[in-house]
Design a protein around this ligand. Structure first.
Ligand SMILES: C[S@@+](CC[C@H](N)C(=O)[O-])C[C@H]1O[C@@H](n2cnc3c(N)ncnc32)[C@H](O)[C@@H]1O
Length: 222
């Protein structure tokens, strides 16, 4: 990562300069074109309301924020947070036609407070890449920024046993996450149980790619 120290060298979440530069193209290629229809469906399943204020943790290039913007009125907004300046440049270029989208260079693995409450916090393929104690900080950050009744939307791997998954999914999973012990740990946890310990409830799940990926929606109850 250009000019940035990697805090989690065993994780794939801190991207290399090459991956940062070509992220969307690489994902399209690695998914054999499946990513585009998948992400559209996943964002539709978020049930975004016109006036929603959304925080996107680890927003990447802004591709997801632009898809979310299509559901918003001028009263709604998306604030994309990412550690990477390169991702910020992609975001600002990609999203410039949407005035209610903004980028902030902000780490989500350390405690922060933007001083505002949001209706939704979204995290797409970010959460699995951190150690469990850091996920705790990320969840606290989400809770702090959600209003009561707001939802945390985690789009990531579902809970599955790698050994029993079919080869067509196991192989790309191992290529992408092979050396990342945090991703393997992520698969084994009962996330609804974990999130309920943080004061989340009224869960809603949507599965994609034959059950291997999941949008988990969790409402802030307390
Ligand atoms: C696998 S990419 C996912 C990007 C985007 N969410 C998507 O679905 O297209 C992970 C993203 O998390 C960002 N990231 C990594 N560590 C981060 C941190 N500590 N705080 C905020 N963003 C981080 C990376 O720069 C990258 O954009």
């Amino acid at each position: 990562m250009a000019n940035q120290t990697r805090l989690y060298p065993e994780s794939k979440v801190e991207l290399t300069p090459f991956t940062l530069k070509h992220y969307d193209t690489l994902i399209n290629m690695a998914s054999f074109g499946l990513y585009k229809p998948f992400i559209r469906k996943a964002i539709r399943a978020m049930n975004i309301q016109p006036d929603d204020r959304i925080l996107d943790f680890g927003c990447g290039t802004g591709r997801n924020a632009c898809l979310m913007a299509k559901y918003l009125s001028p009263g709604g907004k998306v604030a994309g947070l990412d550690i990477s300046k390169t991702m910020g440049e992609h975001f600002e270029k990609k999203c410039r036609k949407y005035p209610n989208l903004e980028f902030r260079q902000q780490r989500v693995d350390q405690s922060f407070d933007l001083g505002e409450k949001y209706d939704k916090v979204f995290m797409s393929f970010v959460f699995h890449g951190f150690p469990q104690e850091v996920r705790h900080i990320i969840l606290q950050n989400a809770l702090r920024h959600l209003q009561k009744g707001g939802t945390l939307n985690i789009l990531d791997y579902a809970e599955f046993d790698v050994g029993s998954t079919p080869l067509w999914f196991r192989l790309p999973f191992k290529v992408l996450e092979g050396g990342c012990k945090y991703a393997w740990d992520y698969l084994e946890r009962d996330w609804k149980q974990v999130l309920s310990e943080y004061g989340f409830g009224r869960f809603d799940e949507h599965f994609f790619i034959r059950g291997h990926l999941r949008l988990l929606k969790a409402e802030k109850i307390e």
